[in-house]
Write a protein that binds this ligand. Structure first.
Ligand code: NAD
Length: 373
């Protein structure tokens, strides 16, 4: 027998720099070089940055799409592929996503399909995309009613993050980004969590146009990339601490008809996963209170009529199916560190109602509550 091996790995840079679309800034033209480029934007981003993009990349084809969570589908991916075909993109040419997580996801999947994979660049324009959706190598779209059912691992060629682009992002979307930042902070970075506790609400009020924004965004990106580098293609198992907040949230998003935004669902999930942590003796009550207080302080809901025991139970089953049979529920064991509840046996049936009751009582007793209807 001859055993041979094929090694494959790819690195990419995430560059944080202000003024990306300002006259004279060469970062984006340099990323394109002599290649053809198809730039994908949605209508909102086109209205805000279309003229600057056309000035920065005069030879690029600009594709303006109507894309939302409801239309984040394989059909949307195929539309981008069709434009790539029409624009005559070759093996080394580029697709550029300029937008939120939805545009970044669709472009990532499309780029992985065109000619078996062509390079793509992300210019994330929302906070969720700058700290999460636009900087990783996973892209997915919704299919047959299931959140993120179709997708691929496709590392971007480069990511260009410009925090000044956040000036126009809605407070609701900024809060969603802070939910993802809180996720990274809670599972691996206590100092980042303190910044979120201290500066988060003011950063939303100032649309991240503040000196406090840099360390929060860069800290979150560093944490995310640090986690990704450990297990980028998830070949080393499905125990991923970045899945904190992502066990119950996909089903919550689906059940809300995608009226609940991704970050809002993640916040609800983090609150309930942490409450489960208290109930099974992994997390102490004071740290749980800190997590819940931080989330509500940012204006994120920790309770919702959507979060019920049957939903939590069925989300756990689905998560296990998605994670090769094991639940791998991520539960913080203190601020800045997390543990995994490997199998569903680790969450006895009585725990779910007790965790929900704990959250409801906290909200009633001492926290400003927020409800999604
Ligand atoms: N692939 C991943 O690893 C990953 C990780 C996290 C989230 N996601 C996905 O990301 C999506 C959520 O991303 P999102 O929150 O960015 O949503 P989004 O892409 O829908 O953007 C939210 C809204 O902001 C608008 N917008 C974009 N940039 C703007 C700007 N600079 N100023 C004003 N408005 C702007 C968009 O038009 C949209 O209406 C979800 O589909 C989620 O599943 C993917």
């Amino acid at each position: 027998m001859h055993r041979m091996q094929c090694e494959s790995s790819r690195h990419y840079d995430v560059v944080v720099s202000e003024g990306l679309l300002s006259a004279g800034n060469e970062l984006l033209p340099d990323a394109v070089g002599e290649r053809r480029a198809l730039v994908v934007v949605d209508h909102a981003v086109d209205a805000l940055h279309g003229p600057a993009l056309r000035r920065t990349l005069p030879d690029a084809t600009i594709m303006v799409v109507e894309l939302t969570e409801q239309t984040k589908s394989i059909e949307a991916v195929l539309e981008v592929c069709r434009q790539a075909h029409e624009a005559g993109l070759g093996r080394r040419d580029l697709i550029i996503a300029v937008g939120g997580g939805v545009v970044c996801d669709v472009v990532s999947v499309a780029a992985s399909l065109v000619r078996r994979g062509i390079p793509y660049v992300c210019v994330p324009t929302t906070l969720v995309a700058q700290v999460d959706a636009g900087i990783g190598l996973k892209g997915a779209v919704n299919f047959a009613g299931s959140k993120s059912f179709l997708g691929s691992f496709a590392p971007p060629a480069r990511v260009l993050v410009d925090p000044t682009l956040l000036a126009t992002v809605s407070a609701r979307d900024l809060r969603c980004g802070l939910a993802e930042i809180a996720k990274v902070a809670i599972v691996r970075d206590a100092a980042l969590f303190e910044r979120v506790e201290r500066d988060g609400a003011a950063l939303v009020a100032r649309a991240f146009q503040d000196v406090a924004a840099g360390p929060v965004i860069e800290g979150a990106i560093a944490g995310m990339l640090g986690e990704l580098s450990l297990n980028a293609y998830e070949e080393r198992g499905y125990a991923r601490s970045m899945d904190f907040g992502h066990t119950f949230s996909p089903l919550l998003e689906e059940c809300s008809g995608y009226t609940l935004r991704h970050g809002e669902a993640v916040a609800l999930d983090m609150a309930v996963s942490s409450a489960i942590g208290v109930e099974i003796g992994i997390l102490d009550v004071a740290d749980h209170a800190r997590i819940v207080t931080a989330l509500t302080g940012l204006g994120l809901a920790v309770c919702s009529p959507l979060v019920t025991v049957p939903l939590l139970a069925s989300a756990m089953e689905r998560a296990a199916a998605h994670r090769d049979g094991d639940l791998n529920l991520v539960v913080p064991d203190r601020i800045g560190s997390a543990a995994f509840v490997k199998s569903a046996d680790g969450v006895p049936p009585a725990v779910l109602p007790r965790a929900l009751a704990r959250l409801t009582a906290m909200r009633r007793d001492n926290l400003p509550g927020h409800h999604h209807t």
